[in-house]
Design a protein around this ligand. Sequence first.
Ligand code: NAD
Ligand code: 4TP
Length: 329
Amino acid sequence: MKLPLLVTMGDPAGVGPEIVAAAFRRGQAEACIAVADPAVLRRAGAGMLAVIEGPADLAAVPPGCLPVIVPPGLPPGLAELPWGRVDARAGAAAAACIEHAVRVLRAGEAAAIVTAPIHKEALAAAGVPFPGHTEMLQALAADAGEPPPVRMMLANEELRVVLVTIHVALREAIELVSFERVLATLRIAHAAAAAWGQARPRIAVAGLNPHAGEGGLFGREEIEIIAPAIEAARAEGLDVAGPFPPDTVFMRARRGAFDIVVAMTHDHGLIPVKYLGVEQGVNVTLGLPFVRTSPDHGTAFDIAGQGVADPSSLVAAIRWARAAVAARG
Ligand SMILES: NC(=O)c1ccc[n+]([C@@H]2O[C@H](COP(=O)([O-])OP(=O)(O)OC[C@H]3O[C@@H](n4cnc5c(N)ncnc54)[C@H](O)[C@@H]3O)[C@@H](O)[C@H]2O)c1
Ligand SMILES: N[C@H](C(=O)O)[C@H](O)COP(=O)(O)O
């Protein structure tokens, strides 16, 4: 039996519930189950819902109904929260959906998780000790042992970008750029490409400093940290080049010179991807023992509740998750 995908609703005050509802309404979320508060989905424009206990009940869901699993511990009154505002109850609800989805997935009842956007301030207000999905899923995947090394990738039709550091202040991110972290990122990026059929992807590494340090004139991280990590990856047989100036390497990748760009910080890597438009971008967590994808946009509080949010990136994330599950066999 083909296992379903679990789609978490995200922050109830953001566009997450409405893009989930829209994807189902348009028939673009086949064999998916929402993990959500039904009242939140109704307010977001969902049609008929079928609340089920778990994926085993999916076969009994009438055609045209959106199947929903309701996680335990949802705060009451979520559908009355104002749109577009940070609220601890919304953060707690978003976290409860993610935790429950992982529980169901790890019980072997689902194939992958697709997460609608959460608001990081709401998550923090709820006391959740993780900045975003990536860190939370990493912790949930740890079981009793060490958390697996994971990396964030954002991908669209033209670029695939993997990040060395993510949700920390820029000063801290610079401190976190180490030989080990860069090398681990290269190994994770290399291994991930098997999911889209590339056994030996051409990986470009963007530097940290302007012009990749300009031979040490504008910083020495390229010479002392990044180039040695590239050398070590090459010695392992990986096809890695760089460090290249961060302001031009994405243009070269987009023209086809590389399959993946590794970037040192969140904004070095994500600005080029998001500048191309949030419609087709997908956020993929690499290194997890399961498949997790997400749209490349956030909660869009400025338009939440207006019914104008574009579900395309969520649909692309669903498509990516299916392909990744199929590639894992
Ligand atoms: N996957 C995730 O959970 C995820 C991803 C990115 C950002 N975030 C979080 O979301 C919150 C808000 O982030 P932000 O304001 O920087 O970025 P955002 O992506 O929410 O919004 C940026 C702009 O893009 C527009 N936009 C976003 N999604 C859209 C859609 N589906 N259709 C039409 N327009 C859309 C918004 O209206 C806004 O003008 C932050 O807390 C951030 O950390 C979460
Ligand atoms: N850094 C991501 C982005 O800008 O698209 C976003 O914050 C989502 O992160 P998580 O997948 O860890 O929630």
